[in-house]
Design a protein around this ligand. Sequence first.
Ligand code: HEM
Length: 556
Amino acid sequence: MGAPSTPGYPQRLAALPLADRRLLTSMAGVALAALAVGIAGGLATALARAGLLDIVPATGYRFLTVHGVSIFFYWLFVAQAALLLAFSATEDDQGLAWRRVAWAGFALMLGGFGLSMAGAQIGTPLLYNGAPELAADDPRGLLVFSSGYLLLGLGLMVLPACAITTLLTPRWQGRQERLSAVGFALFVWAGFLIVTGFAALYAFVPSVLWALGAGPFPAGQGTSWHIVFHNMHYLPLMATVILWYVLMQVLTGVKSVFGERFSKIVFSMYLVFVPPTSLYHMFLEPDLPGVVRVAGSLLSLFVSVPTLTAFLIIVASLEVHARRHGGRGLFGWIRLLPWRHPSMAAIGVAVLSMGLGLVFAFVLIQGELAPLLSDTFFVPGYFHFFTVGTVSLTLLAALAVVLPAIGGRAIWRPGLLRWMPWLAFAGLLVFGVAGIAAGYLGVPRRVIDVAYQGQAPALWQGLMAAVGVGGTLMALALTIFAAGLALSLLPRRGRDPVQGSMPLATWGGGALPPGASAWVGPVSVLAIVAAMYAFSALAFELMRSLPITAAGGAGH
Ligand code: HEM
């Protein structure tokens, strides 16, 4: 087991050249702005669907478009790009190579954000998949909207070149023999971002050409969208696992007990498992042969392999370490983690949310259940466990370490901020459980008013009201957490001392405590599997009790 590296990440971030810190500050500022706009759109949609905000459906769809586009495409990807650069720059302590390339990539992404947001205001709201069918009569909005995604795609192809050059320079200069496990993970992450950028170009160029009158109607956009969406869906999960790996070193000083090589193998598994599994998004397409659909359904199981393995590595390493320092009982060691640090609280909630999200995801990918649930509120009900609970809170946890270090300010009110992930989790449980129950009972997704002139079951509106309440709590908690972090970026004279190696006692961690066996990882995976069976059985029971059969599309 490795000792904490000295100096730690916070000191290395604080010591980056000013020009790097300026770039990272600008990127973090834009990412947080995209999060704020996205939260506003999500809250308005949740309140409208709850019947608490009276707006015409078209306005509701505009909010939903703004929500999906700003939060899913720009918050998640600008934040990932910023964190990729920040951690790549600290690998060799020489700062960023090819910084101008990074600025160019960032400028493209920012331009994309502006165009996508403008496009969301023109003509029919296109939702975040920018379906060309909705713009058949008036392609102007589609042109502006899809051009935004083209710039984002180009930015995602350009910017990671800076991270890759930064990571490889020490090898080219003969100062390093091989990449560290983190360096390797960052390298994979950068490569994946480039592929995703390319997929976005591939999917949206035909729409732009058609809108310009230079190409045929993009009838195949739906299929390309599945591939982009698939990459964009799993990449943040891979990023999450890499960030947990890094943040556990920052917060506890613990490195993997399985060694660097094993971690590298796990990170490279994403390259093997993720691309082919994009088939699974198509397994509801009625025109595809049965064998492709079955293969898609099976492949979608594999995609959780690297995520669960990395999760096991991290939990087992922490447990072995804690037990060597006196941690007792199955869960006693968990108390020794530094829970008073907002970043630790966010990771704790991220892990819990991932467990719940995986359980429901496995229910959804079962061939029998998918057609019944896929166009219902079950889908947004379960995937917010990933998008809010797992991915967004992990990105915020990382920013809670990076921003105070590069901004030269101590983290703002950690005593308040550390409760925000838990408040978000409370909101998420209400939103997710009510949303999933609503989905089981047939409430459709992407329908702003589900009253159906009073014909809909009364329970539908009650469950959607709970979705509105849970959504409000999530929005409030994420806003306070993000605003608190943004304060670290404000200019100031002088610098606070860097909260460097973060002595555990400062943040509520005990002396990390005999025995070297680790059980919580395997036990939690077993619990997840048991819960998957329970929820699938429940779904089948509910299905039998319904007097209808349903067919759904594979749209996300
Ligand atoms: C923080 C508070 C949030 C609230 C209140 C919220 C609320 C909602 C609601 C009500 C929907 C509409 C579901 C429907 O009508 O079908 C939705 C959809 C969605 N949300 Fe969120 N959400 C939040 C955060 C997030 C985050 C952080 C992400 C991603 C990082 C995210 C990604 C999405 C996506 C991709 C959709 C699907 C959009 C579509 O079907 O067009 N949400 N959200």
